[in-house]
Design a protein around this ligand. Structure first.
Ligand SMILES: Cc1ncc(COP(=O)(O)O)c(C=O)c1O
Length: 457
């Protein structure tokens, strides 16, 4: 490996495209079973997948088994899983304690649709972690953010909401706005236009959703000062554009401004949740929102979401003013899995040691980047990490759009063919679960090093 000071970024991107072309050929060869399975599925499922996020060209890996920190596709290829269900598996695949808890619950029934004692058990566990007193369960992160927004509207009597450009909060209408807007259509960086991310969004919904840049307190204050905004929904650390951290003082500023204008602050911790540390991102950054939305890793692989809030907020539900409903809410199977996750598996010690293991991996990647002098850097938040193909840290969606997608794509495709599985493209990050070993974690760095060698060869 040699230093790249003399290699312009454009030249690196050209080399990356050559690697991508070659690796796509290899991919087609080694994933023929996935190709056939996708061709069959496309006849009955739009894009051949159950959720559009899972589709990518030329066809996604189709998986037949997963345990611990690995997955095996229908062609028999084995991968160290760094995707972990888009960050939903901090417990690892099928953790023995989740399996035990679910098997025990199966003996006692799968669905009651009337309360079980485990509902209060899990609510107490979440209260202890997040410091918010009252909780309700949902089946997904989408429902958790949707219900939290409704509560915020109930408590304030206001209709408008504010979200961040580039932020993803699930697939309900209010938040499917400016998820990944084309920059050419998105207006000025400091007062972005609200752009629907899908057909089917009504003009009324669009009118009620205001979009602001992350890490920009002036823009937030401008949006709130009319006194007509119910809530600001934000990930405390953005995890749908790689990992984008708040600048020092930003989240405290957000807390102060939302209080000043009587706007509820919703932290979307669907991704950061228990992967950021024992008390989530709220605990790590030391800022308390009015409402928090959770999902993904709290369910240990089962579909579970939750939202918690202050008494003021959650009294909206207690009083019957805001209705929160759902047949599967708090079902005993998910409660059993969540109890195992929150008590036995993701203990403070296990969480810290996954974070330390993640640090090992980041250090190894930092060494490779520094030695090669690449226009890239790593970002860590808790047990998650990523390589971002830009020399400087990104602070918002516009910075992220300026990073090098050719390099990111080539690295991703190169990794898959060597048994390193990450979510497609640059949007996501890796997760080191409690079941990844040091060797599993360092596999990413070894393959990354090979990629960098090729890039510079
Ligand atoms: C930050 C964030 N919020 C909400 C959601 C929606 O969660 P779900 O896919 O469980 O509906 C996601 C999903 O990726 C997410 O990343």
């Amino acid at each position: 490996m040699s230093a790249t000071e003399s290699i312009p970024t454009r030249e690196l991107a050209e080399r990356a495209k050559l690697i991508t072309t070659r690796e796509l050929g290899v991919y087609m060869d080694r994933t023929r079973g996935s190709q056939a399975a996708t061709q069959r599925a496309r006849k009955v499922l739009p894009m051949g997948v159950p959720s559009s996020f899972q589709a990518y060209d030329p066809h996604p890996i189709v998986v037949r088994r997963a345990q611990e920190a690995w997955m095996e596709d229908v062609d028999g290829n084995r991968y160290v899983d760094f995707d972990m269900g888009y960050g939903a598996l901090f417990s690892g695949h099928c953790h023995p304690a989740v399996r035990r808890a679910v098997e025990t619950q199966l003996d006692n029934g799968t669905l009651f649709v009337t309360p079980c004692e485990a509902n209060a058990d899990v609510a107490e566990l979440l209260r202890d972690r997040y410091g918010l007193p009252m909780w309700r369960f949902t089946n997904s992160g989408t429902e958790a953010t949707m219900d939290a927004i409704r509560v915020a509207r109930g408590v304030t009597g206001r209709e408008k909401i504010v979200k961040v450009e580039g932020g993803y909060h699930g697939h309900h209408d209010e938040v499917m706005i400016s998820m990944k807007p084309p920059v050419s259509e998105a207006g000025p960086a400091d007062s972005p236009r609200a752009i629907p991310s899908t057909a089917g969004i009504t003009r009324a919904v669009l009118r009620d959703t205001i979009v602001v840049p992350f890490n920009n307190l002036e823009a937030l204050e401008r949006a709130l000062q009319g006194g007509d905004v119910a809530c600001f929904i934000v990930e405390p650390v953005m995890e749908n554009i790689g990992i984008c951290k708040p600048l020092p003082g930003y989240l405290q500023g957000v807390r102060d401004i939302t209080r000043k204008y009587g706007t509820m602050l919703i932290f979307d911790e669907v991704k950061t949740g228990i992967t950021a540390g024992w008390g989530g991102a709220s605990g790590a950054v030391g800022v308390q929102p009015d409402l928090v939305a959770l999902a993904k890793s709290i369910g240990g692989g089962l579909p579970l979401g939750a939202f918690g809030g202050t008494y003021e907020c959650m009294d909206q539900i207690s009083s019957g003013k805001v209705l929160h409903l759902g047949t599967y809410n708090g079902n005993p199977l998910c409660m059993a899995a969540a109890t195992a996750v929150l008590t036995e598996i993701c203990t403070p010690e296990a969480t810290d040691s996954a974070i330390q293991r993640n640090r090992l991996l980041l250090d190894a990647c930092d060494t490779i980047i520094a030695r090669a002098g690449l226009p890239a850097h790593t970002v860590q938040f808790g047990a998650k990490g990523c390589v971002t193909w830009a020399a400087e840290p990104i602070t918002n969606y516009r910075d992220y759009k300026a990073t090098d997608f050719d390099l990111a794509f080539a690295q991703w495709m190169h990794g898959i063919n060597r048994g390193v599985l990450l979510p497609p493209g640059l949007d996501e990050q890796w997760l080191i679960s409690v079941l990844h070993t040091d060797a599993d974690a360092l596999r990413y760095a070894a393959v990354f090093g090979e990629f960098v060698d090729e890039l510079l060869a």
